[in-house]
Design a protein around this ligand. Structure first.
Ligand code: ADP
Ligand code: MG
Length: 255
């Protein structure tokens, strides 16, 4: 369980807060989508979870333990992270990129190699073909798969994913969303998934937390947000795509 309690973040004294008094609980095994427009504080909240950014106020607790008091290496083992824009290291092979956290944890080369190959297979990339490639020899979709494999390397219970499919074409994106659903049910991780795409949120979220200007507008299952929006902002999110929502009604029925 991840619990955010009255979390605040102000980057500099003069700026408006990026995250304001935000409280939210992510239950074990659920996928919580953080949904909101660019600049609303999604990445900031995600990075405060694994201390890539420190809170200005409030607490983030994992399994009841304040992350501010948890050693960062321990955090990285427990929490996988998929960066916005992937962020593979260009001078490292795919296998080396996947092995970053295992290396940090002191795994032997043999164990790292075996794990990298296992993960490549899991994200549907042939290890013989891809393990020794460099990032510039991959398509966008393949890079994203490697990014996901890297986040899973130390078998973390928690996964933070920051717009992982944001830069992809629609077809690749849909394929990866479907794979995400497969991985989700296969691995049973607790996932916080950031997106600004309402359809992606509907497809992947067990619950959706809507953020606006650093505040949590509403959190709930998709049916709840659609039927009982707590604010005009939440209602408007579902207004524009309503016609398409009817066409994609199967997503709402959880199939
Ligand atoms: P999102 O991921 O939802 O697009 P961010 O969390 O990246 O939003 O940003 C939230 C707000 O904080 C924005 O106004 C952004 O400009 C600001 N911000 C983000 N990172 C920094 C930073 N390192 N320094 C100052 N302001 C930042
Ligand atoms: Mg962001």
């Amino acid at each position: 369980m991840i619990r955010y309690k009255h979390v605040n973040k102000t980057y500099t004294a003069s700026d408006a807060p990026a995250v304001r008094d935000l409280s939210l609980t992510v239950e074990d095994g659920e996928t919580m989508v953080l949904l909101g427009p660019s600049g609303c504080g999604k990445t900031t909240l995600l990075k405060m979870t694994n201390r890539l950014i420190e809170v200005s106020g409030g607490t983030v607790a994992i399994e009841g333990e304040d992350v501010a008091r948890t050693d960062p290496v321990t955090l990285r083992r427990r929490i996988g992270y998929v960066f916005q824009g992937v962020g593979l290291f260009p001078h490292m092979t795919v296998a080396e990129n996947i092995s970053l956290v295992p290396r940090l944890l002191g795994w032997t080369a043999t164990r790292r190699e075996a794990r990298a190959r296992e993960l490549l297979a899991l994200v549907d990339l042939n290890p013989d073909t891809y393990a020794d490639r460099f990032p510039d020899e991959l398509s966008g979709g393949q890079s994203q798969r490697v990014g996901v494999a890297r986040a899973l390397a130390a078998d973390p219970q928690y996964l933070l994913m920051d717009e992982p499919f944001g830069a992809l074409d629609t077809v690749t994106r849909t394929t990866l969303q479907e794979e995400m659903l497969r991985l989700k049910s296969q691995l049973g991780k607790t996932i916080v998934f950031v997106t600004h795409d309402i359809f992606e949120a509907l497809a992947l979220g067990d619950r959706i937390a809507v953020l606006n200007q650093g505040r949590l507008e509403q959190v709930g299952a998709k049916e709840e947000l659609i039927r009982n929006p707590a604010s005009a902002f939440v209602a408007s999110l579902f207004d524009a795509p309503r016609a398409q929502l009817r066409a994609f009604g199967h997503l709402l029925n959880g199939t």
